[in-house]
Design a protein. Structure first.
Length: 114
């Protein structure tokens, strides 16, 4: 799962230019968005094995955009924040530790409560 996130983040960051003056997203918002992107990526990977039209229609990009819309952030804000975090590894580690903690909490919640 970490490999998927790493690949996702590096591929998205490498293809985007950043405006350094854009506001950074908060750690709380970033952890939620990253966790949702990881879940979407996992869903896309599993579903595309069964339904190859997902790859042709680039459903993963649509899923990512839906997550950005749901969280009321632009992709530019997200990528700008990722760029900033990559240059500040201690803060990046804090965000990733928060994502790990969030994922563990969600796994502990019984399915009937969701």
């Amino acid at each position: 799962m970490k490999n998927c996130l790493t690949i996702l983040l590096f591929s998205l960051v490498s293809c985007t230019t950043f405006d350094k003056e854009k506001q950074q997203l908060s750690t709380d918002k970033m952890k939620v968005i990253i966790w949702q992107l990881m879940q979407a990526d996992e869903y896309y990977t599993r579903a595309s094995l069964v339904d190859s039209t997902m790859i042709i229609n680039k459903k993963n990009i649509q899923l990512y955009q839906q997550i950005f819309d749901l969280n009321k952030v632009s992709s530019v804000q997200f990528y700008n924040t990722i760029d900033y975090l990559q240059k500040h590894p201690i803060q990046f580690k804090e965000v990733m530790d928060s994502v790990t903690a969030l994922s563990k909490r969600e796994k502990l919640v019984p399915k009937t409560l969701q």
